[in-house]
Design a protein around this ligand. Structure first.
Ligand code: KIV
Length: 264
């Protein structure tokens, strides 16, 4: 089956069709997510606090992101795979951003990339797009700036909403094919989704966005302390713990392996 393309996403916006994007950082989850019919997989730098064991996304390196993205593209067949630029891999110049984009496409074979920020990163976005690399934007709570923002707080309440809206319009004009809006008031996300022609993907941004994104470990209940913006549809953490405890007891009581796992 052919992979979903950025043209599909643009058509879905015109048709009013809503869709889902989910993160993945490894082979097994990418296989499962792809087989479940999720049309877009984000290899997010949330790998930092969901895969690599860091406190947040800031320490994640480009090589770490490329390794995750390569596993995800190899294990998926139908989803459009988006590689997230980690902190420090694009801010300094358009040329540095292009080098990062080229590595993501050549080494990890992603179909698109994502980076955080508004008007300040427009030169980077234009450079990437002119080289044929589709770019997804990310506004609102941008986790790579958590220290400057003073924590994981709702962005764009009251008058500051106008700045996010202006950034969103500038990113659309620069050519991004979609925009993530994270942790902003529902009404602001509704207005931006209504005014932009590109799909707006919400996370903690209410129900009026064109699409929704979640971190996959939050969705399936693997995360120890999930954020308020996520919903756990299962409790896989307790399922997995149950399976492991059962196996440990079986080993201790000589019940594993039994005849089926034994060779003669
Ligand atoms: O890194 C990530 O997972 C993200 C999403 C939460 C949008 O940027």
């Amino acid at each position: 089956m052919a992979r979903v393309t950025i043209s599909d996403l643009s058509n879905w916006k015109k048709q009013g069709k809503k869709w889902a994007m989910l993160t993945s950082y490894d082979q097994i989850s990418a296989e499962i997510i792809d087989e479940s019919g999720v049309p877009v997989i984000l290899v997010g730098d949330s790998a930092g606090n969901n895969f690599y064991g860091y406190e947040n996304t800031i320490p994640v390196t480009l090589s770490e992101m490329i390794a995750c993205a390569r596993a995800v593209t190899s294990a998926s067949k139908s989803a459009l795979v988006v590689g997230d630029f980690p902190f420090g891999s694009y801010e300094s110049s358009a040329e540095v951003a292009l080098e990062t984009g080229v590595r993501f496409l050549k080494e990890a074979r992603v179909q698109a990339v994502k980076l955080e920020g508004g008007v300040k990163v427009i030169p980077q976005i234009k450079k990437l797009i002119s080289a044929g690399i589709p770019v997804m934007g990310h506004l609102g709570l941008t986790p790579q700036s958590v220290n400057a923002l003073g924590g994981f707080k709702v962005q764009g309440r009251g008058e500051s909403g106008a700045a996010i809206k202006a950034d969103a319009k500038a990113l659309e004009e620069a050519g991004v094919f979609a925009l993530v809006l994270e942790l902003v008031p529902e009404e602001l996300a509704r207005e931006i989704s209504g005014e932009l022609k590109i799909p707006v993907i919400g996370i903690g941004a209410g129900k009026y966005c064109d699409a929704q994104v979640l971190v996959w470990t939050d969705l399936v209940g693997l995360t120890k302390e999930p954020p308020k913006l996520a919903k756990a549809y299962r409790n896989l953490r307790s399922e997995i713990k149950g399976a492991i405890s059962e196996w440990v007891l079986d080993v201790e009581n000589s019940k594993f392996p039994d005849a089926e796992q034994t060779f003669h």
